[in-house]
Design a protein around this ligand. Structure first.
Ligand code: SAM
Length: 345
């Protein structure tokens, strides 16, 4: 049995086998073809869209890689009001979005009470939609309160599953242990959970990536988001190299083989490092795209990394552009919540 068939058959590959898959391009064609067969077995040609609302770029954290880190005095900060968020949902619903993703920095202005109020209003107005939160590390009680208010999914990348690497990417005070605690709490509460990591983040080794894959197996997430790390000039990593397209695509295929039913986005970061990055991501096994639903007036301000794409167009244009891209890659966008097949009724 080939190494790829064994990976697809959920056999436990050794570290040296995973290393061989990750470090050479020898298996890339077979990986990509097998990943596409598996995604079509579970999801056909369907691609799910998530309306991404970046509602605040204030952040109390100071992650070394991130453009909206607290210490970046050049970031022009903004917050969306509840009314603005709801009006983005209204526009998104009309465009066929059945998932809204509320993402932001860790902004203390949005107390649990405020978050719950926003979530419950969206839940009341759009009972047929999924509400995804991506607002960082919180105590378990906060996660539970958002869940009870109507949130059903949560995205929190673990960033790296290696302690030493984690501490090279984050200031002291942040820990991998707490990140993991959050992820397991979220799962335990009943959320559909998404985790993931940046590809090519500074100091990342192949061994770190193997730990990431093994950690994801332990967590069993419903969604896995990966994208290349991209440098931002106003961070301590301004002189570091960005991650590569090839390795990101290779990892998307590996993830599809290891997690056949996972929802895997072809991310904006992938589209930023190559004009056809998202199309290639879909062909490599991704089945989700996340068009931007934030008001155009704030888009450029949510600058996690430089040259981020899709910051100038209205939501309808973004939706139309992605529709064409998805079709050109051989798939189709569907109007659907896009839950993981394993938890559908
Ligand atoms: N605060 C929330 C959190 O920590 O999950 C959500 C917002 S955070 C900015 C979303 C994701 O952006 C992070 O999980 C990280 O992987 C990604 N990100 C941040 N800086 C990046 C960069 N320079 N290049 C690529 N991705 C980046």
């Amino acid at each position: 049995m080939s190494i790829i068939s064994r990976l697809a058959a959920d056999k436990n590959l050794s570290d040296s086998e995973l290393k061989a898959l990750l470090e050479t391009n020898e298996y890339d064609d077979e990986l990509c073809e097998t990943a596409d067969i598996i995604r079509r077995t579970w999801y056909g040609a369907d691609v799910y869209i998530r309306g991404l609302i970046e509602f605040t770029n204030y952040c109390k954290n100071d992650c070394f890689y991130c453009g909206i880190r607290r210490s970046n005095k050049n970031a022009e900060r903004y917050r969306l009001s509840r009314g603005e968020i709801l009006s983005r949902c209204a526009e998104g619903y009309g465009l066929g979005f059945r998932t809204f993703v509320l993402q932001g920095g860790e902004d203390p202005y949005y107390t649990d009470e405020r978050v719950c109020r926003i979530v419950s209003e969206i839940r009341r107005k759009y009972p047929d939609c999924a509400i995804t939160l991506s607002i960082g590390e919180k105590p378990r009680e906060s996660y539970k309160a958002y869940f009870d208010a109507g949130a059903d999914r949560y995205l929190l990348r673990h960033e790296t599953a290696d302690n030493a690497h984690y501490s090279r990417l984050h200031p002291s005070g942040m820990s991998l242990e707490n990140r993991k605690r959050c992820l397991f709490d979220l799962k335990d509460i009943g959320y559909q959970v998404g985790s993931g990591f940046m590809v090519g983040s500074p100091y990342q080794t192949t061994e770190n990536l193997i730990s990431d894959l093994r950690f994801l197996k332990e967590l069993g997430p419903h969604m896995i988001g990966i994208g290349p790390y991209i440098t931002h000039k106003d961070t301590p990593f301004k002189d570091k190299k960005s991650g590569s397209l090839e390795l990101t695509l290779r990892l998307i295929s590996i993830l599809r083989l290891m997690f056949p039913t996972a929802l895997i986005p072809a991310t904006t970061a992938l589209g930023t490092i190559h004009p056809l990055g998202r199309e290639m991501g879909l062909k490599a096994g991704a089945n989700v795209v996340m068009p931007n639903l934030s008001p155009v007036s704030v888009r450029k301000k949510y600058e996690l990394y430089e040259n981020k794409i899709c910051t100038g167009e209205e939501a309808a244009e973004c939706r139309g552009c992605l529709e064409r891209r998805v079709i050109s890659a051989g798939y189709k966008i569907v109007v659907d919540r896009g839950d993981n097949v394993e938890i559908r009724d």
